[in-house]
Write a protein of this length. Structure first.
Length: 159
């Protein structure tokens, strides 16, 4: 599909602006309704397949992202609007999940680690799960075989 017509762009803009009050009622302090509308409009115009989605699903996805305090699209990849079978679906990106974790006030920090073929790596599940990773000092560590994330909670819990 090619770029949106002027009429389609106007219809989308009208849909968003007619519902500014609903967006404003759920917007967190760091995300103004005007910014939400600009970002949502830009995301929809950049992906013409979204204009084929139901207006209700578009609006619901925009409101849902606003409630979560996540911007749609953009370089941070916090959240994405994805067309699927005629409906716009909000997909929270990995950056969005990180942001939600920090916003909860319960996460102290996250760390992410790649595991290569020549690394020493073991893990097991159960009542007392354990993960051990010793990165290799090899100049060529081999293929990437795993990746994992660790979340440190304020109370000391680690997952």
């Amino acid at each position: 599909m090619t770029a949106l017509t002027v009429t389609q762009q106007t219809d989308i803009r009208d849909l968003l602006f007619k519902n500014m009050k609903a967006i404003k009622s759920v917007a967190p302090k760091h995300l103004t309704p005007e910014r939400v509308l600009r970002i949502a409009y830009t995301a929809i115009v950049r992906n013409p397949k979204l204009s084929m989605c139901s207006q209700v699903s578009l609006l619901n996805s925009v409101i849902e992202s606003t409630m979560l305090g996540l911007e749609i699209g953009g370089p941070l990849g916090l959240a994405h609007l994805v067309p699927f079978k005629g409906k716009a679906t909000l997909i929270v990106g990995y950056g969005g999940f990180i942001q939600l974790g920090y916003n909860s006030g319960k996460i102290k920090n996250f760390s992410f680690h790649p595991v290569y073929q020549s690394d020493e790596f073991s893990y097991h599940y159960g009542v007392d799960p354990d993960l051990k990773h010793v990165p290799s000092n090899d100049e060529s560590p081999g293929e990437l075989v795993y990746a994992y994330a660790i979340a440190n909670f304020d109370g000391g819990k680690v997952i």
